[in-house]
Design a protein around this ligand. Sequence first.
Ligand code: ATP
Ligand code: MG
Ligand code: MG
Ligand code: MG
Length: 570
Amino acid sequence: MKFSRLFMPTTKEAPKDATLPSHQYLVRGGFINQTGAGIYDFLPLGKIVLEKIKTIVKEEMDNAGCNEIQMGFITPMSYWDESGRSTAMGPELLKFKDRKGADYVLSPTNEEAVVNIVKNRVTSYKDLPLNLYHINLKFRDEARPRFGLMRGREFLMKDAYSFHSTQEDLVREFNLMEETYKKIYNRLGLEFRVVEADSGAIGGSGSKEFHVLANSGEDTIVVCPDCEYGANIEAAVRKKRHFDAWFENTNTPATMEKVLTQDLKTIEDVSNFLSVAKAQNIKAVMKKAIYEENSEAVIFFVRGDDELEETKACNSIAALELEDISEEELKAAGLTPGYCGPFNLPEGINFVIDSELENEVGLACGANEEHYHFVNTDLSALKDAKYADLITVQEGDICSCCGGKLEYTKGIEAGHIFQLGNKYSEAMDAKFLDQNGKSQSFIMGCYGVGISRLVAAVIEQHHDDKGCIWTKTTAPFMVDVIVSNGKKEDELNAGLKIYEDLKSAGISTIIDDRVKERFGFKMGDFELIGFPYAVVVGKKLQDGLVEIVDRKNTADKIEVSIENVVSKLQ
Ligand code: ATP
Ligand code: MG
Ligand code: MG
Ligand code: MG
């Protein structure tokens, strides 16, 4: 590829809402183009990176004996009705009608669709196990699409679905997929952790997530340095929590019921509500529905010391929905919005304000600990609310850990594998005949990799203040041959020869042969785009020398003779 022929619209300006390096550099480097909230086009360089990641994922899935298929992006609503997820998925599920009035869904995941494929086609245990995967678009109408490719609404996922006749066989495949995923992330050149996870809307009994370690990660993961234990904090905490038991065993005071039935639509409603609560000296309110529905904002309350103890014990807490109140309004009223988590509340803390609840209270409870806001019962004190320095999960809280001192780190969820059991096959009546001729529901697993999220995750882990630093397997090209002055024929010819030699040696190479651009500009593009190496053809050419620049450390250049370029970069 030649720069003179490449469509690569680089810019100096990053989008206003781009806070993460990957978002800024992918837009500035001309890799992606935003067309709507959480919807992106991949431009030539972005498309190359995406394909490289897809290829690695595909190769490892094929090596593990999985079958690649291609399911449609659109699925009929009837599938989702059968599984019960047409309502359970909440507003993330984008529904629409065709011209005949039939209902459809833009698939956010494909459990129902794959069960429909296998049902009545695989009828005997002899045809099992089976693992079907595809790589295609997903759509989730995320409440807050953000961070560029990291949390899109339309995104690319590899999703695989396995079918088994026994639980043991599912566990075998689950372990095989864990190993396969480790190979994938290793090949991508990423530092990652495998952690216990919460199964969320997908369901099932056991699940593990694969986190790319990066400070910008939305998830907090806890890892034990002394044993294998690692968990997403969502899962670590959820395990200890018994929401349902808590709600069932707690009598919501009648006076508060009345308040609860009111709609809290404005900030005045909230203030009134808080004063009623205060006057009644009631510091806890329960509302079960709240954690089953998407909410934009909630207030958590806990009662006095007794309740605080109880809350600590079960790690559950009350919530009240503030659906229509914006973050700005909360802020204007002196309430500090943010994620929250009712873990071990420090003494004297009675209110927790949260305006960014993702799916359910449980998720919010697993949010990042620096986003917690703890404020006092005294409303005036809300104005001074500060982030609490809070320990969320403590050593010894978790049984499967050796009890070592847990360390917290940030991760980007780049993959998630689930042991589903028969949740979907049962609901959709998908059965096979077992060894004894008995009809049984398939036992299933499912396995996701966030392909487009990985494009961003690589950059979150590998960048500097100048731009991207792609890993060797994800780089759009390994080497950028920079012709310092494209008008000089000798430089251009030497550059073209090196370019051809590198390509012949199987090294993916691009040449910056642009005539109009100056050397400094070309170097800037090299740094922004982040090819692993540059070969600079410039002044030293008269001595038969060129410079090799390592993108990881651009100051560190080495001079080599033209003949040695290929062997140096091989
Ligand atoms: P998250 O917790 O980040 O919302 P999830 O748990 O809802 O992700 P899964 O249902 O486990 O996602 O989907 C499998 C993978 O798809 C995730 O591990 C992630 O890498 C990717 N993914 C999920 N949602 C998005 C999104 N909105 N944008 C890009 N990738 C996503
Ligand atoms: Mg999600
Ligand atoms: Mg998740
Ligand atoms: Mg997940």
